[in-house]
Write a protein that binds this ligand. Structure first.
Ligand code: ATP
Length: 199
């Protein structure tokens, strides 16, 4: 069986950067959000369930997901969001289990599951260890503003919808403090990778 590490953190904490560094060291990364987006288009059972729950407007005439429509449906409607997640998350978890089997066959040294909603989706139950990436709120806001051109207030609004950093940290096996340079981050990630892949 392959060793697995779940990676999560709030918006702008640096989880994608950490995952790219892990990839460079030899890990394989399963990006849950990307897989979810792909399955919503490519998995016929999931498409059917989404249309049943949210209507045919959920997809555009060319078959692509109608992201704006669905976002509007779940925005400020926690029950609709819960319903959508209840359809998507189990399928993503099933895809991760398959990725585990494949990674084990290919003797991948570490399989990483990157998920913004690692705990909320129950994906934390499928991994050996959980890494939480964190950084001070002001730093996270600055980084997201620089990356996406989002307004700081918009970033704060996203933060309010996520589990607070204290809760993430309590549930973590490892915490990376992404407060310094990218080089400092690289060194922390390399040390953790060595620890996790030592026989
Ligand atoms: P999201 O939840 O929005 O997907 P994330 O947690 O995946 O965010 P990243 O995209 O990895 O975060 O990082 C946010 C931005 O901050 C990126 O532009 C990244 O290059 C930059 N960044 C991350 N860590 C550092 C660092 N230590 N120093 C400088 N910039 C950083």
């Amino acid at each position: 069986c392959v060793r697995t590490l779940g990676v999560t953190g709030g918006i702008g904490s640096g989880k994608s950067t950490v995952c790219r560094l892990l990839e460079a060291l030899g890990a394989r990364v399963f990006y849950a959000d990307e897989v979810a987006k792909r399955l919503m288009v490519e998995d016929p059972g999931l498409r059917h369930a989404i249309v049943e729950a949210f209507g045919p407007q959920s997809y555009q005439p060319d078959g692509q997901l109608n992201r704006a429509y669905l976002a509007a449906r779940v925005f400020r409607d926690p029950e609709a969001l819960r319903q959508l997640n209840a359809l998507v998350h189990p399928r993503v978890l099933a895809a991760f289990k398959q990725a585990c089997e494949q990674a084990a066959r290919e003797r991948v040294p570490l399989l990483v599951l990157e998920a913004a909603l690692l705990f909320e989706s129950g994906a934390d139950q499928l991994v050996d260890h959980v890494l939480v990436v964190d950084a001070p709120e002001g730093e996270r806001i600055r980084r997201v503003v620089a990356r996406d051109g989002m307004a700081p207030e918009q970033v704060r609004a996203r933060m309010r919808h996520q589990l607070p950093p204290e809760v993430l940290r309590q549930r973590a096996d490892f915490v990376i403090e992404n407060t310094g340079s990218l080089e400092a981050l690289r060194q922390q990630v390399a040390a953790l990778y060595r620890q996790l892949t030592a026989t």
